[in-house]
Structures are given as structure tokens and as C-alpha cells.
Design a protein around this ligand. Structure first.
Ligand code: UDP
Ligand code: MG
Length: 311
């Protein structure tokens, strides 16, 4: 039967929670009394997540599993889910029950009223470290300013999206993906629902600092060219400074004052620092262009279980 709702659940090393998550999601959807499918994407887990998902997909006719050949990151796992989903409304939710499934009926009700995207906005970040709270808050403010508000603050991937919006995302083949930004970029009508972020049901966060930094960089460099403009601004200021210095030096020459070698050294180091960081910023964009031109697939599927017609 054609599902009304498709839920996409990216999973990486979630053996401790995944059965509970399936139970909670199933309860919610059975109470909604409409056809649904739950698509679990195993993002190359190193624990038993893959096997458990296979079992779930075989036991439950509403569950499906897409199994990646290797770990490719949450954004890619969701991207695969979007490609496999056939529902009229698509829901993105984390596997660890930090996003409460019980919020879905509320989102669905708004969707039925014609809102095309309902995103969950956090009121509170229970159980997250002070470090994560502070870095997230600073980062979102910075991102807001850089991208002129493309991604709503305190919003993760937890959302319900109409098929029409998802079709737009499906047609965006970029490799450095920051999905919440892409969803905002697509436009359409949208509304937030507010919720308290729960603590992880079990297991540990797989978002290493490295993965967080990568996602943070994608948010900035894929949605803003302000860093490039900043470099230009910096370059022009330094040119101005050099002009002023030339004047000062000329005057000093006339009055026969001595030169300051230390000054020169400091200036050299400062300027090389500027040039190198400028190169680095330009490099970020070039690396992304390189990624796109290679045209590699976004993700590699090793197996898909539970889909009626083979993909
Ligand atoms: N995840 C994934 N691939 C990864 C890392 C995480 O699919 O490489 C999934 C993970 O299983 C979870 C979601 O992405 O469903 C969010 O991850 P996590 O809970 O570790 O992040 P946090 O909530 O701390 O931001
Ligand atoms: Mg989590």
C-alpha cells in the first residue's frame, strides 16, 4: 500500500536503542491510523545495528532497512532515506530517541492543514554537555549572521516535510550537504514546533568533534561567500595600512630616524598569517568544488531489505 508517511532514521552504532526506537515509532504511527513506512539507514555501524535492522525489516512489513557499505555520515544516511522514501510526508528523526516520536502527530496535523515543512525547534538541551550547549549557541549565531538566517536556530534534522519539498532536495546533488540549510533554502511554507530535547535513551553520541566541525564548516561554506568577501576586505585594509606606512617611513627618512627591525619582523609574521589563512579559506571552497567535479555517488548501498519493488 502506498504509504502516507515515510520516516527516515539514520543509525550509526545504535544497537542499544534501535529496538526501543522501533517500538516507540510503531506505537505512534499505529495511533495515527494511516499507512506508513519506517526506513532505517544503517550508516556502516561497527556494532550489531545492521543485523538488528535486517531482523526488524523482515519481521515488520512497515519497516525497511538500507545498509551502507561504509560510514558516510548522518547527512548522507538521510539523503539515502529521502531517495528510498515513497510517502507523501517524510519525517526525519534521530535513532537515539532524543527527538521524541510523540511529537509526530502534532506535526502531521499541521501538515494536513497545508504547511509544507514543520521543523522541531529545541527549547532545552537536556543531557548535553555545557561545551556542546555553548559551542552550538555561538555557532548558530555566527551561522545566522553569515548566511542571513538560512538555517533556523536550534533546529536539527527532526522535521516533517512535504513530498514537494523533498523532490527539490532530491534534485540537489551537492556532496557537502547541510540538509537543514538545504531545506530552508528550498523555501515553501514552514512552521516550527517547540520541544524539549530528550536525553539519549542509551548508547553514546557518535558525533565526534571532527564530525561536528565538518558539519559546521558545511553550514558556513556551502551557504555563504562572506568568508571570501572578508578576505578581500582584509587585503584592502592591509594595502591601506601599507600606504600609511610608506608615508611614515618617508617622513622618518627625511628626519633621519633609524629603522625598527622588530617592527618589520612582526609585520612579516602578521602578514604571512593573513595570507595563509586567506589561502585556507579559498582552499575550503576549492576543495568543495573538487568534490563536486569528481561526481562520485553520495553514498554506497550494500543492501536494501523490506522494499516491495527492488530499487
Ligand atoms: N549518525 C549517523 N552517522 C554518523 C553519526 C551519527 O547516521 O556517522 C546518526 C545517529 O545514529 C543518530 C543521529 O545520526 O541517529 C544523531 O547522532 P548522535 O545522536 O550521535 O548526535 P547528537 O544527538 O549528539 O548530535
Ligand atoms: Mg543524539
Amino acid at each position: 500500500m502506498h504509504p502516507v508517511y515515510s520516516v527516515i532514521v539514520p543509525c550509526y552504532n545504535e544497537e542499544a536503542v534501535i529496538r526501543e526506537t522501533h517500538k516507540r515509532l510503531t506505537q505512534v504511527f499505529q495511533s495515527m491510523e494511516e499507512a506508513y513506512e519506517i526506513i532505517y539507514v544503517n550508516d556502516g555501524s561497527r556494532d550489531r545495528t545492521g543485523e538488528i535492522l535486517r531482523e526488524i525489516a523482515m519481521e515488520d512489513p512497515c519497516a525497511r532497512a538500507v545498509l551502507f557499505a561504509r560510514n558516510s555520515g548522518q547527512e548522507m544516511a538521510i539523503t539515502a532515506g529521502l531517495d528510498y522514501a515513497s510517502g507523501d510526508a517524510i519525517i526525519l528523526i534521530d535513532a537515539d530517541l532524543q527527538d521524541p516520536p510523540e511529537l509526530i502527530p502534532q506535526m502531521a496535523a499541521r501538515w494536513k492543514k497545508g504547511v509544507q515543512m514543520i521543523y522541531a525547534q529545541r527549547k532545552d538541551r537536556a543531557g548535553e554537555s555545557a561545551f556542546k550547549k555553548v559551542t552550538a549557541s555561538v555557532y548558530y549565531k555566527f551561522l545566522d549572521w553569515l548566511t542571513d538566517g538560512v538555517a533556523p536556530r536550534d533546529t536539527g534534522n527532526f522535521r516533517l516535510v512535504d513530498k514537494q519539498v523533498v523532490d527539490v532536495i532530491r534534485g540537489m546533488p551537492e556532496h557537502n550537504r547541510f540538509l537543514r540549510g538545504m531545506f530552508s533554502w528550498a523555501g515553501f511554507t514552514r512552521e516550527p514546533v517547540f520541544y524539549d530535547r530528550q536525553e539519549r535513551f542509551a548508547g553514546e553520541t557518535e558525533y565526534t568533534l571532527k564530525k561536528m566541525l565538518k558539519l559546521a564548516a558545511d553550514g558556513i561554506f556551502s551557504f555563504s561567500v562572506k568568508p571570501l568577501k572578508f578576505i578581500t576586505g582584509l587585503g584592502v585594509s592591509f594595502l591601506g595600512l601599507a600606504g600609511v606606512m610608506l608615508l611614515v617611513l618617508l617622513i622618518a627618512l627625511i628626519f633621519g630616524a633609524g629603522s625598527g627591525l622588530w617592527w618589520l619582523a612582526m609585520l612579516m609574521i602578521g602578514l604571512s598569517g593573513c595570507v595563509l589563512s586567506a589561502l585556507g579559506i579559498v582552499g575550503e571552497y576549492i576543495a568543495r568544488i573538487y568534490d563536486e567535479t569528481r561526481g562520485r555517488p553520495l553514498y554506497i548501498v550494500a543492501d536494501a531489505v523490506g522494499f516491495e519493488d527492488e530499487k
